[in-house]
Design a protein around this ligand. Structure first.
Ligand code: CNA
Length: 318
């Protein structure tokens, strides 16, 4: 809170859209922090808007409303391990396929082309930054570009395309290595009981308990669920970037998901922050809030900056 108040104190010189244009013009190391609002115009719903995924899960589809005590359970690791079918019956709605980057993505690419982008921290998992050709991007919450086995100790990882068919067929994709191991284990066990062997030790019982969870041995997309830690790369990048950044642009996010939302507090108080979002952010101090449709706002900013947004590229599937 102290940090927030100091920021308000210090930076009250920036208030208007003219200030935003000037800041973008003069800044050379812009950090962008983006969220689901970057991709809503591409047809991918966000979490918390009135027509977002949470509202859909809570009120729209009875199947999910019954299964989930809270809509965030859909992206909760513990719930996933107990019931992976729920996520995989829903995942096709957010799996990146034939989506094209929005003007907002292309604006970030333009910042990069103008040598102004320090890094784009995206919370999105839809890989549309890659489709837009943005190179200085950190996928803070991972993405659908890979999937990995959930069995502890199994490192089997595949490209996202490997599980695409299962996702669209609403099937739970199984790890082929663990399926083999499971089969071998079953056979060994039946051999054991035939010979009437004793159980080996307690560790084995623990393993059995874990193995029994339906979400173990499943190829889970490498997206960060609630209850999972972010990769160490996030902290490393923040440490590297915090002293270099000269402007932070927050785009299309409610800033409700920590620790990424905390990035705003990690940068120096002297660094101005511009928010481009449909709804205001009231729990963190922004110097300038440009509220409305993000694509229209970046279009306006480009006109004011005399910049041309790059044309959309042909879509690239995961
Ligand atoms: P959120 O909490 O749903 O917030 C989205 C924000 O974007 C809201 O404040 C909206 O007002 C705003 N918004 C929506 N549409 C527009 C628009 N056209 N123009 C301007 N603003 C708009 O989602 P956050 O990103 O803040 O939350 C982080 C979560 C969302 C991450 O863990 C993501 O993985 C997760 N998510 C990602 C995607 C995706 O990859 N496309 C989709 C849904 C959820």
């Amino acid at each position: 809170l102290i940090r927030v108040l100091r920021r308000r104190e210090k930076l009250k010189q920036y208030n208007t859209v003219d200030d935003a244009v000037e800041l973008i013009k003069k800044s050379k190391r812009i950090m962008v922090l983006g969220g689901a609002g970057l991709s809503t115009s591409c047809g991918i719903p966000d979490f918390r808007s009135k027509d977002g995924i949470y509202a859909q899960l809570q009120h729209g589809d009875a199947q999910y409303a019954q299964a989930l005590s809270d809509p965030t359970d859909m992206f909760n690791k513990e719930f996933f391990l107990y019931d992976p079918t729920c996520f995989f019956s829903f995942a096709k709605q957010i799996f990146p396929s034939n989506f094209k980057p929005s003007p907002s993505h292309r604006f970030i690419k333009l910042l990069e082309d103008k040598q102004k982008l320090l890094r784009h921290y995206t919370q999105n998992i839809d890989t549309l930054e890659d489709a837009a050709g943005i190179e200085k991007v950190l996928h803070c919450h991972g993405s659908f570009s890979k999937a990995a086995c959930t069995t502890p100790g199994c490192t089997f990882t595949v490209p996202g395309s490997y599980i695409k068919e299962d996702i669209f067929a609403q099937r739970v994709p199984k790890c082929p290595k663990c399926s083999e191991a499971e089969e071998a284990k079953k056979q060994a066990k039946s051999g054991k009981s035939q010979k009437n062997w004793k159980a080996d030790d307690n560790d084995d019982d623990d393993d059995d308990e874990l193995d029994a969870l339906p979400g173990i041995g499943v190829l889970k997309p490498c997206i960060t669920f609630f209850g999972e830690a972010l990769s160490g790369e996030f902290d490393q990048c923040v440490v590297q970037d915090r002293e270099k950044v000269d402007l932070l642009i927050v785009m299309g996010t409610s800033l409700r998901v920590a620790p990424v939302s905390e990035l705003v507090g990690h940068i120096p108080h002297s660094t101005p922050v511009i928010l481009i979002n449909r709804t205001p952010v009231t729990h963190l101090a922004m110097d300038i809030q440009l509220l409305g449709n993000g694509d229209e706002i970046v279009d306006y900013l480009c006109k004011r900056l005399d910049w041309q947004l790059p044309l959309p590229k042909p879509s690239k599937e995961v």
